[in-house]
Design a protein around this ligand. Structure first.
Ligand code: AMP
Length: 539
């Protein structure tokens, strides 16, 4: 073999932060603080503080490879942890603040976190389990309220440690294959599993996000990450935005529709990313009290399927371009994006919205295939449904401390996503369902996602979830769980509406009204809970 003669320049995250310091020293990162005031500083300040954080970690006894956890909202301190911990050679482990005590304890012990950075307002969520943890030795507190006390053992204050630390620091991430981040899947089935990112995979993912074919933020963008930093590394936006020097806006704990609408208007946000539940809430807020959100060029949505009706409503009512993306924690997370392509130029608006409601094409760097139950490759004809399997530069090859098994990885090392999809001849993917959420009625598949999307586009419906319930005759039947917009719904009218699109056997056997659909820690509809409610006779 004749080897190429190019530099073997390591793919490590310090490259991003050094580039930001040199290229965008005056660009800023803004955070809505817990008290509603704004904190703003430059990338030059950010770089200096990350260097200090390196010394803080060293003083805390953090060694390369140690796991250092965060328990925080989206803010500048959390961004400092995103860079400072991996650049010190350690692993930033983003804890989901919405997990139960049991899950939290399991994850912290499993990861063997050595230090946990805890935000003041979230202290009450972690204090009750602190004395049951096997491994966490130190807690570092920040954003504490005036006079707030803390019962955690071995706790110190972030700003005290930073004030005492020098900003003279040499990065300790000296190998691109070092682990840099740890994120546990949201666990809608079974216990959460850890995905351990490397510097190399995260750098390649960041380059992937920066492609115009993916999200492609530029220096001129103002990016608002509503997606929590504990949800799959905030979908890679912080790293991508920092590399190009985009302005970053962090919402802190202010995630309700009204403050988000104000933030987008006031900061002239151009890219905002969040799950459909967030954008559904924002849409209704804007209908009630209009704000100018015309600055947005990409309203990025992922995590679960964005209903076509909502994509249409944003474009029709506010002229806002919705970018539907699909990904997974195991994929760092970007997998596919539904942007229009050249051949779509002549489509009418309805046709365009049909395309944008799909999960889209796989971004360069991600390889995909669909297979049947026997693992046989299926055609890309836009109709044949099969399990989606992926591989690529930023796809997990193994879960943390779990031996690979057929359940998650194939023998030829493709990752099994658990999503059931069709892919058309142009590579556009549509998710039909999760394997576990499909309804199998009389041997025929019914897509819960399709039913939900149609229901939510009905003017009487605010939220809708469809689950499979056992049925003696048909095996399973769909049951629709609804939150009506004004407390009222008419089952006959809903049936008639669904029949415009679906065969009769798809009609839900019943519509059950609830006050709110239960959500997972990252804001997705939690069908596991709904199935349990049904089993317990609560629906
Ligand atoms: P998580 O790792 O928590 O982000 O969950 C990943 C799963 O969320 C995927 O396997 C899909 O089932 C689902 N998901 C993510 N994005 C989308 C999307 N745009 N449409 C439908 N489902 C999605």
């Amino acid at each position: 073999m004749l080897s190429g003669l190019m530099m073997d320049y390591p793919l490590t995250l310090n490259t991003i932060i050094e580039h930001a310091r040199r290229m965008s020293p005056r660009k800023t990162i803004k955070t809505k603080q817990p008290d509603g005031s704004w904190h703003e500083y430059s990338y030059a300040d950010f770089h200096r503080r990350i260097k200090k954080l390196g010394n803080v970690l060293e003083a805390l006894g953090v060694e390369p490879g140690d796991r250092v956890a965060t328990f925080a909202w989206n803010n500048y301190q959390h961004l400092e942890f995103y860079f400072g911990i991996p650049c010190a050679g350690a692993v930033v482990h983003t804890l989901n603040i919405r997990l139960s005590h049991e899950q939290l304890k399991f994850i912290i012990d499993h990861a063997e976190d050595k230090v946990i950075f805890v935000e003041g307002s979230l202290l009450p969520l972690i204090e009750p389990i602190a004395d049951q943890l096997n491994t966490a030795q130190r807690f570092v507190l920040f954003n504490m309220a005036e006079g707030q006390s803390c019962s955690l053992p071995n706790a110190s204050h972030y700003e005290d440690l930073m004030a005492a630390a020098s900003d003279d620091y040499e990065w300790r991430c000296n190998d691109e294959n070092m682990a840099m981040g740890l994120c546990y899947t949201s666990g809608t089935t079974g216990m959460p599993k850890g995905v351990l990112y490397s510097h190399r995979s995260m750098m390649l993912h960041t380059l992937g996000v920066l492609q115009a074919a993916a999200l492609g933020p530029t220096e001129a963008d103002v990016a608002l990450a509503v997606v929590p930093q504990f949800h799959a590394m905030a979908w890679g936006l912080p790293y991508a935005c920092a590399w190009v020097g985009a302005t970053i806006v962090m919402p802190g704990p202010h995630l309700q529709p009204a403050p988000l609408a104000d933030m987008i208007e006031d900061e002239r946000v151009t890219i905002a990313a969040g799950v459909p539940t967030i954008w559904n809430g924002l849409y209704h807020e804007l209908r009630q009290k209009p704000r100018d959100i015309s600055s947005i060029t990409q309203l990025v949505v992922g995590g679960s399927a964005m209903p076509r009706g909502l994509i249409e409503a944003y474009e029709r009512d506010f002229g806002v371009n919705v970018v539907h993306a699909w990904g997974m924690t195991e994929m760092s997370p970007i997998g596919s994006v539904a942007k229009l392509q050249a051949r779509h130029a002549d489509l009418d608006v309805q046709g365009r919205w049909d395309i944008k409601a799909k999960q889209g094409y796989f971004v360069p760097g991600v390889d995909a295939r669909i297979v049947d139950d026997e693992g046989v490759d299926l055609p890309w004809d836009g109709e044949t449904m099969g399990e989606l399997q992926v591989r690529g530069y930023w796809v997990a090859g193994q879960y943390y401390k779990i031996e690979n098994s057929q359940e998650h990885f194939t023998d030829d090392l493709w990752f099994r996503t658990g999503d059931v999809v069709t892919i058309d001849e142009d590579g556009f993917m549509t998710i039909t369902d999760r394997t576990k959420d499909l309804v199998k009625s009389g041997g025929e598949w019914i897509s819960s996602v399709d039913l939900e999307n149609m229901l939510i586009s009905h003017p009487d419906v605010l939220e809708a979830a469809v689950i499979a319930v056992p049925d003696e005759r048909w095996g399973e039947r769909p049951l629709a769980v609804l939150v009506p917009l004004d407390g009222e719904h008419d089952p006959q009218a809903l049936n008639k509406y669904l029949l415009e699109r679906f065969p009769k056997f798809w009609l839900p056997d019943a519509y059950v009204v609830v006050d709110e659909i239960p959500k997972t820690g990252v804001g997705k509809m939690d069908k596991k809970v709904l199935r349990q409610w049904h089993a317990d006779g609560k629906l």
